[in-house]
Design a protein around this ligand. Structure first.
Ligand code: ACO
Length: 428
């Protein structure tokens, strides 16, 4: 492979350095391109643009590989936990037992919300979108911890990170309970991360919720699978906001907003809505697939396709198994799972999907698990945000303290009018 790329613009030739990653990915370094040539590159949607060098997560979309800090996602899903994986992502290594204990204690210590912060929930009208509530409350953490806002002080990072990973779960559960008009349940210091979340969601004043360990494990795996995914839309947002010097709370709150959209974190909601509407309307799988292929009214098969994975999404394989295990445990025959399987089979056998390399992504089955756990559809994207929190934090830290990136400031190719004279109001 050449060490430089050659660019010819008219008569002039330029050498551009080639950067090679540890997994042999090749990138043409254009950071000096504009200075040298006066040109910029144009890559709408950034499909061919590396925005940073990162040592956190590796994805090979063609081979269906996902690794956090080098560890395959399959091994983590089999043997690790969400909290251990969060440590791996943020600090770059799997923790020793002492480190894991200390990290878990730290999280437990920070799981409560200040009483004033609890009152924030009162101001949101019933039916408020939980992602709006989550983003707003996360942002307001900055008001409660002003001592953690100095983004130049690396020592403060650990405190802010622990607060976020722990409190996001409390905020998520409170937003649900408040919306339901239910009594808010305090986190329990003896319960582990996922059990505690389910406790805050489903315990009642006179009855503690005792989930089946298989369900707790399924939730843990689901969060772990969502923990990072390199430079996706929300993570790039977190890094971009952080690059201006904004604090960690503000940066992840922006990530929540980016995740909200139906083409990103909102896709698992869209999958369930799609399955429900197929069932309600009594459309056959064959007819629905045909409607998708005809691109009628822009219908897409939600939960299919991925910008990066072009053969299969490794997370989808793992989560499908978890969905089956959970349903077997609760012995509920969910018609949505049957329909999802039927749709998957029909699409995978169809040339339209084969030619475009469209395979089920993680969202195709995550909604089924969340439904089985009793999580309402309106909370699905919030669950994704809880899972993604360690990744956002790790990526923010890397940009601020490891690579010490510049402020992110893309350019554009302007296509508007050239200079136009101002016409006074009286002449218009
Ligand atoms: N159903 C039907 N057709 C599709 C789908 C789909 N789910 N996804 C892509 N296509 C088609 C497009 O219409 C296009 O067809 P064309 O070549 O005839 O014009 C072709 O496949 C390429 O599609 P793009 O939109 O260029 O693919 P892109 O990489 O930009 O989009 C995306 C990826 C947004 C995920 C897309 O596949 C999609 O909309 N999927 C459904 C939403 C979804 O599940 N999102 C979750 C992503 S995973 C995550 O965020 C955790």
């Amino acid at each position: 492979m050449p060490e430089t790329a050659n660019l010819q613009l008219g008569e002039k030739k330029f050498d551009l350095p080639v950067v090679v990653g540890s997994e042999n990915e090749h990138a043409i370094d254009i950071s000096k391109l504009r200075d040298q040539t006066g040109y910029i590159t144009l890559d709408e949607g950034y499909g061919n643009t590396g925005s940073c060098q990162s040592s956190i997560t590796f994805i090979d979309g063609d081979r269906g590989i996902l690794r956090y800090r080098g560890v395959p996602i399959e091994d983590l899903a089999e043997q690790s936990s969400f909290i251990e994986t969060a440590h791996l992502l943020i600090w770059g290594q799997l923790p020793s037992s002492e480190q894991l204990d200390s990290f878990s204690r730290h999280l437990t210590h920070h799981q409560f919300l200040r009483e004033q912060l609890r009152q924030h929930f009162e101001v949101f009208p019933p039916g408020s979108p939980p992602m709006a509530v989550l983003s707003a409350v996360l942002n307001s953490l900055a008001c409660f911890y002003p001592e953690l806002l100095d983004t130049e002080d690396e020592e403060l990072f650990e405190e802010a990170a622990a607060r976020l990973i722990s409190k996001v779960r409390t905020i998520a559960a409170y937003s649900y309970k408040h919306d339901m008009g239910h009594y808010l349940v305090y986190p329990h210091p003896e319960k582990d991360f996922c059990e505690n979340f389910l406790h805050m969601m489903f315990s009642e004043p006179y009855r503690d919720y005792e989930p089946d360990p298989a369900l707790v494990r399924a939730l843990d795996v689901l969060l772990l699978l969502h923990a990072d995914h390199e430079q996706n839309c929300s993570t790039s947002t977190v890094r971009m906001v952080g690059s201006s010097g904004a604090n960690l709370f503000a940066s992840v709150a922006a990530g929540v907003s980016a995740l909200w959209g139906r083409l990103h974190g909102g896709a698992n909601v869209a999958v369930v809505s799609m399955l429900e509407s197929i069932l309600e309307q009594g459309i056959s799988v064959k007819d629905y697939v045909q409607q998708v292929k005809d691109k009628e009214a822009g219908i897409r098969l939600m939960g299919f396709g991925h910008r990066v994975y072009r053969n299969f999404d490794p997370r989808a394989k793992i989560i499908k198994k978890q969905a089956e295990a959970v349903l077997a445990k609760i012995q509920r025959d969910d018609p949505l799972l049957g329909l999802a399987e039927e749709l998957e089979g029909a699409a995978l056998a169809d040339d339209y999907f084969k030619e475009r390399s469209l395979y089920p992504n993680v969202d195709f089955y995550s909604g089924v698990i969340l439904r089985a756990l009793g999580i309402p559809t309106s909370m699905f994207t919030v669950m994704f945000a809880m899972g993604r929190m360690p990744g956002w934090i790790a990526q923010w830290y890397e940009d601020r303290f490891v690579t010490r990136g510049r402020i992110h400031r893309p350019r554009q190719v302007y296509t508007g009018p050239t200079e136009v004279c101002y016409v006074p109001l009286s002449h218009r």
